[in-house]
Design a protein around this ligand. Structure first.
Ligand code: FES
Length: 281
Protein backbone atom coordinates (compact mmCIF):
# COMPACT_ATOMS: atom_id res chain seq x y z
CA UNK A 1 0.00 0.00 0.00
CA UNK A 2 1.33 3.45 -0.86
CA UNK A 3 2.32 6.00 1.77
CA UNK A 4 -0.63 8.21 0.79
CA UNK A 5 -3.01 5.37 1.40
CA UNK A 6 -1.53 4.62 4.85
CA UNK A 7 -1.86 8.28 5.77
CA UNK A 8 -5.45 8.39 4.52
CA UNK A 9 -6.34 5.29 6.52
CA UNK A 10 -4.75 6.70 9.71
CA UNK A 11 -6.51 10.04 9.39
CA UNK A 12 -9.86 8.45 8.52
CA UNK A 13 -9.57 6.18 11.55
CA UNK A 14 -8.77 9.18 13.73
CA UNK A 15 -11.80 11.09 12.46
CA UNK A 16 -14.11 8.12 12.97
CA UNK A 17 -12.80 7.53 16.51
CA UNK A 18 -13.16 11.22 17.42
CA UNK A 19 -16.74 11.28 16.19
CA UNK A 20 -17.37 8.06 18.10
CA UNK A 21 -15.95 9.73 21.20
CA UNK A 22 -18.36 12.64 20.91
CA UNK A 23 -21.31 10.32 20.33
CA UNK A 24 -20.34 8.08 23.28
CA UNK A 25 -20.02 11.13 25.56
CA UNK A 26 -23.38 12.58 24.48
CA UNK A 27 -25.08 9.21 25.02
CA UNK A 28 -23.96 9.14 28.63
CA UNK A 29 -20.32 8.07 28.44
CA UNK A 30 -18.54 4.81 29.06
CA UNK A 31 -14.98 5.23 30.35
CA UNK A 32 -13.50 2.08 28.77
CA UNK A 33 -15.02 2.80 25.35
CA UNK A 34 -14.02 6.45 25.55
CA UNK A 35 -10.46 5.48 26.46
CA UNK A 36 -10.22 3.06 23.54
CA UNK A 37 -11.65 5.62 21.11
CA UNK A 38 -9.28 8.30 22.34
CA UNK A 39 -6.36 5.91 21.84
CA UNK A 40 -7.47 5.20 18.26
CA UNK A 41 -8.02 8.91 17.55
CA UNK A 42 -4.60 9.92 18.81
CA UNK A 43 -2.89 6.81 17.44
CA UNK A 44 -4.35 7.20 13.95
CA UNK A 45 -3.40 10.85 13.81
CA UNK A 46 0.08 10.19 15.16
CA UNK A 47 0.75 7.26 12.79
CA UNK A 48 -0.40 9.31 9.81
CA UNK A 49 1.91 12.16 10.72
CA UNK A 50 4.84 9.80 11.20
CA UNK A 51 4.32 8.18 7.79
CA UNK A 52 3.83 11.57 6.21
CA UNK A 53 7.05 12.87 7.69
CA UNK A 54 9.03 9.75 6.77
CA UNK A 55 7.77 9.10 3.26
CA UNK A 56 6.48 12.30 1.77
CA UNK A 57 8.64 15.00 3.20
CA UNK A 58 11.93 14.06 1.61
CA UNK A 59 14.60 16.28 3.03
CA UNK A 60 17.43 14.93 0.88
CA UNK A 61 18.94 17.17 -1.76
CA UNK A 62 18.05 15.92 -5.24
CA UNK A 63 20.24 16.61 -8.25
CA UNK A 64 19.40 16.03 -11.85
CA UNK A 65 21.37 16.50 -15.05
CA UNK A 66 20.49 19.63 -16.95
CA UNK A 67 18.39 18.88 -20.03
CA UNK A 68 19.55 20.36 -23.31
CA UNK A 69 17.71 23.57 -24.07
CA UNK A 70 15.67 24.12 -27.17
CA UNK A 71 13.45 21.76 -29.07
CA UNK A 72 15.14 19.54 -31.57
CA UNK A 73 12.11 18.98 -33.65
CA UNK A 74 10.29 22.28 -33.47
CA UNK A 75 7.62 23.18 -30.92
CA UNK A 76 7.06 20.43 -28.38
CA UNK A 77 3.65 18.89 -28.22
CA UNK A 78 1.50 20.08 -25.34
CA UNK A 79 1.09 17.53 -22.59
CA UNK A 80 -2.45 16.54 -21.66
CA UNK A 81 -1.90 16.94 -17.90
CA UNK A 82 0.33 19.52 -16.19
CA UNK A 83 3.41 17.96 -14.67
CA UNK A 84 2.82 17.14 -10.92
CA UNK A 85 -0.94 17.81 -11.03
CA UNK A 86 -1.74 14.40 -9.51
CA UNK A 87 0.71 15.02 -6.67
CA UNK A 88 -0.85 18.40 -5.88
CA UNK A 89 -4.35 16.89 -5.81
CA UNK A 90 -3.30 14.07 -3.49
CA UNK A 91 -1.52 16.46 -1.17
CA UNK A 92 -4.52 18.75 -1.04
CA UNK A 93 -6.75 15.79 -0.22
CA UNK A 94 -4.43 14.68 2.58
CA UNK A 95 -4.23 18.18 3.99
CA UNK A 96 -8.03 18.35 4.12
CA UNK A 97 -8.13 14.99 5.79
CA UNK A 98 -5.55 16.15 8.32
CA UNK A 99 -7.56 19.30 9.06
CA UNK A 100 -10.68 17.16 9.52
CA UNK A 101 -8.89 14.82 11.92
CA UNK A 102 -7.58 17.77 13.94
CA UNK A 103 -11.02 19.42 14.11
CA UNK A 104 -12.77 16.18 15.09
CA UNK A 105 -10.22 15.49 17.82
CA UNK A 106 -10.48 19.06 19.13
CA UNK A 107 -14.28 18.73 19.30
CA UNK A 108 -13.99 15.41 21.13
CA UNK A 109 -11.59 16.91 23.68
CA UNK A 110 -13.61 20.12 24.11
CA UNK A 111 -17.01 18.53 24.74
CA UNK A 112 -16.17 17.29 28.30
CA UNK A 113 -15.84 20.96 29.28
CA UNK A 114 -19.66 20.88 29.45
CA UNK A 115 -19.33 18.55 32.44
CA UNK A 116 -17.70 21.28 34.51
CA UNK A 117 -21.12 22.73 35.28
CA UNK A 118 -21.96 26.35 36.01
CA UNK A 119 -19.37 28.74 37.39
CA UNK A 120 -19.63 29.04 41.16
CA UNK A 121 -19.57 32.84 40.98
CA UNK A 122 -19.62 34.38 44.48
CA UNK A 123 -21.09 31.27 46.10
CA UNK A 124 -17.72 30.22 47.51
CA UNK A 125 -17.40 33.55 49.28
CA UNK A 126 -20.79 33.55 51.02
CA UNK A 127 -22.40 31.47 53.74
CA UNK A 128 -25.90 31.47 55.18
CA UNK A 129 -24.88 34.00 57.83
CA UNK A 130 -25.98 37.61 57.39
CA UNK A 131 -26.30 40.69 59.56
CA UNK A 132 -29.09 40.25 62.12
CA UNK A 133 -29.24 36.44 61.84
CA UNK A 134 -29.92 34.97 65.28
CA UNK A 135 -27.51 32.35 66.57
CA UNK A 136 -29.42 29.10 67.21
CA UNK A 137 -28.33 25.70 68.47
CA UNK A 138 -28.86 22.40 66.64
CA UNK A 139 -32.45 22.30 67.91
CA UNK A 140 -33.21 25.76 66.57
CA UNK A 141 -33.25 27.49 69.97
CA UNK A 142 -31.94 31.07 69.93
CA UNK A 143 -29.09 31.53 72.39
CA UNK A 144 -28.41 34.18 74.99
CA UNK A 145 -25.08 34.77 76.69
CA UNK A 146 -26.52 33.32 79.91
CA UNK A 147 -27.08 30.00 78.15
CA UNK A 148 -23.34 29.49 77.88
CA UNK A 149 -21.06 28.65 80.77
CA UNK A 150 -17.47 29.82 80.65
CA UNK A 151 -15.36 27.37 78.60
CA UNK A 152 -18.41 25.70 77.07
CA UNK A 153 -18.79 25.15 73.33
CA UNK A 154 -21.84 24.77 71.08
CA UNK A 155 -22.31 24.07 67.41
CA UNK A 156 -24.60 26.80 66.15
CA UNK A 157 -26.27 27.86 62.91
CA UNK A 158 -28.02 30.93 61.52
CA UNK A 159 -31.70 30.89 62.44
CA UNK A 160 -33.72 28.99 59.84
CA UNK A 161 -30.64 27.31 58.38
CA UNK A 162 -29.96 24.45 60.78
CA UNK A 163 -27.52 21.99 59.26
CA UNK A 164 -26.10 24.55 56.85
CA UNK A 165 -22.78 23.00 55.68
CA UNK A 166 -20.91 26.27 55.31
CA UNK A 167 -22.80 28.04 58.09
CA UNK A 168 -21.91 25.56 60.86
CA UNK A 169 -20.11 27.49 63.55
CA UNK A 170 -18.51 26.85 66.92
CA UNK A 171 -19.64 29.21 69.66
CA UNK A 172 -17.33 29.29 72.68
CA UNK A 173 -17.54 31.42 75.78
CA UNK A 174 -14.31 32.47 77.44
CA UNK A 175 -13.39 35.18 79.93
CA UNK A 176 -13.35 38.45 78.00
CA UNK A 177 -10.08 39.44 79.66
CA UNK A 178 -8.35 36.39 78.20
CA UNK A 179 -9.16 37.31 74.61
CA UNK A 180 -6.39 38.73 72.41
CA UNK A 181 -8.23 38.99 69.10
CA UNK A 182 -6.63 40.55 66.00
CA UNK A 183 -6.96 44.28 65.45
CA UNK A 184 -10.43 45.48 64.58
CA UNK A 185 -12.25 42.58 66.22
CA UNK A 186 -12.55 43.87 69.75
CA UNK A 187 -16.35 44.09 69.49
CA UNK A 188 -16.87 40.74 67.76
CA UNK A 189 -17.08 38.65 70.94
CA UNK A 190 -19.70 40.13 73.32
CA UNK A 191 -19.14 39.05 76.90
CA UNK A 192 -16.53 36.54 75.74
CA UNK A 193 -18.77 34.73 73.25
CA UNK A 194 -16.53 34.07 70.30
CA UNK A 195 -17.63 32.23 67.14
CA UNK A 196 -15.50 30.51 64.50
CA UNK A 197 -16.33 28.53 61.38
CA UNK A 198 -16.46 24.82 62.15
CA UNK A 199 -15.11 23.91 58.70
CA UNK A 200 -11.40 23.16 58.99
CA UNK A 201 -9.24 25.35 56.76
CA UNK A 202 -6.98 22.40 55.95
CA UNK A 203 -9.26 19.94 54.15
CA UNK A 204 -12.76 20.80 55.31
CA UNK A 205 -13.37 18.35 58.17
CA UNK A 206 -15.58 19.57 61.01
CA UNK A 207 -13.45 20.91 63.84
CA UNK A 208 -15.08 18.97 66.61
CA UNK A 209 -13.01 19.17 69.79
CA UNK A 210 -12.49 22.02 72.24
CA UNK A 211 -9.72 21.71 74.81
CA UNK A 212 -10.63 24.22 77.48
CA UNK A 213 -7.33 23.88 79.37
CA UNK A 214 -5.45 25.81 76.70
CA UNK A 215 -8.42 27.21 74.74
CA UNK A 216 -7.60 25.13 71.68
CA UNK A 217 -9.89 23.85 68.96
CA UNK A 218 -8.73 20.56 67.45
CA UNK A 219 -9.56 19.00 64.11
CA UNK A 220 -9.70 15.22 64.41
CA UNK A 221 -8.75 14.57 60.78
CA UNK A 222 -5.09 15.66 60.81
CA UNK A 223 -4.78 17.21 64.26
CA UNK A 224 -4.70 20.85 63.25
CA UNK A 225 -5.01 22.99 66.36
CA UNK A 226 -6.37 26.55 66.54
CA UNK A 227 -5.97 29.15 69.27
CA UNK A 228 -9.43 30.36 70.31
CA UNK A 229 -8.14 33.38 72.20
CA UNK A 230 -6.08 34.77 69.29
CA UNK A 231 -8.51 34.61 66.38
CA UNK A 232 -8.23 30.84 65.85
CA UNK A 233 -4.75 31.05 64.34
CA UNK A 234 -3.34 27.57 63.67
CA UNK A 235 -0.74 26.52 66.22
CA UNK A 236 -0.18 22.92 65.17
CA UNK A 237 -0.86 20.62 62.23
CA UNK A 238 -1.21 21.15 58.48
CA UNK A 239 -3.74 24.01 58.48
CA UNK A 240 -2.15 27.34 57.60
CA UNK A 241 -5.17 29.63 57.67
CA UNK A 242 -7.10 30.67 60.82
CA UNK A 243 -10.71 29.58 61.16
CA UNK A 244 -12.78 32.55 59.95
CA UNK A 245 -14.41 34.41 62.83
CA UNK A 246 -18.10 35.36 62.83
CA UNK A 247 -18.78 38.84 64.18
CA UNK A 248 -21.41 38.76 66.96
CA UNK A 249 -23.41 41.20 69.04
CA UNK A 250 -26.32 41.03 71.46
CA UNK A 251 -29.67 42.26 70.13
CA UNK A 252 -32.28 44.22 72.01
CA UNK A 253 -33.90 41.03 73.34
CA UNK A 254 -30.63 39.71 74.70
CA UNK A 255 -30.04 37.14 71.97
CA UNK A 256 -26.75 36.60 70.19
CA UNK A 257 -26.89 37.69 66.54
CA UNK A 258 -24.37 37.93 63.73
CA UNK A 259 -23.50 41.40 62.51
CA UNK A 260 -22.58 40.01 59.10
CA UNK A 261 -21.22 37.02 57.24
CA UNK A 262 -17.74 35.60 57.81
CA UNK A 263 -15.30 38.19 56.47
CA UNK A 264 -13.46 35.57 54.39
CA UNK A 265 -14.30 32.23 52.72
CA UNK A 266 -14.74 29.28 55.03
CA UNK A 267 -13.03 25.94 54.55
CA UNK A 268 -9.91 25.01 52.61
CA UNK A 269 -8.25 27.55 50.35
CA UNK A 270 -8.92 27.16 46.65
CA UNK A 271 -6.96 28.07 43.54
CA UNK A 272 -8.83 31.23 42.57
CA UNK A 273 -8.52 32.94 45.95
CA UNK A 274 -6.14 35.80 46.60
CA UNK A 275 -4.76 36.85 49.97
CA UNK A 276 -7.73 39.19 50.43
CA UNK A 277 -10.18 36.35 50.05
CA UNK A 278 -11.35 37.76 46.73
CA UNK A 279 -11.66 35.91 43.45
CA UNK A 280 -8.63 36.35 41.28
CA UNK A 281 -8.72 36.92 37.51
S1 FES B 1 -9.01 18.60 57.74
FE1 FES B 1 -8.56 19.48 59.63
S2 FES B 1 -6.51 19.04 59.93
FE2 FES B 1 -6.90 18.21 58.01
Amino acid sequence: MSAERWISVGLALSIAASIGLVVTYVLGGQPQVEGALLAVALGGLGAALVVWAARLVDARTQTEALHPTGSPGGTPAATEEPVGAGEVTRRRFLLRLLAGAGAALAAALAIPVLSLGPRPGRELFRTDWAGGARVVDADGRPLRVADLAIDSVRTVFPEGRIGSPDGQTLLIRVRPADLALPDGRAGWAPEGCVAYSKVCTHAGCPVGLYRAADHALLCPCHQSTFDVLRGAVPTFGPAVRPLPQLPLEIDGDGYLVATGDFPEPVGPPFWDMTHDGEAGG
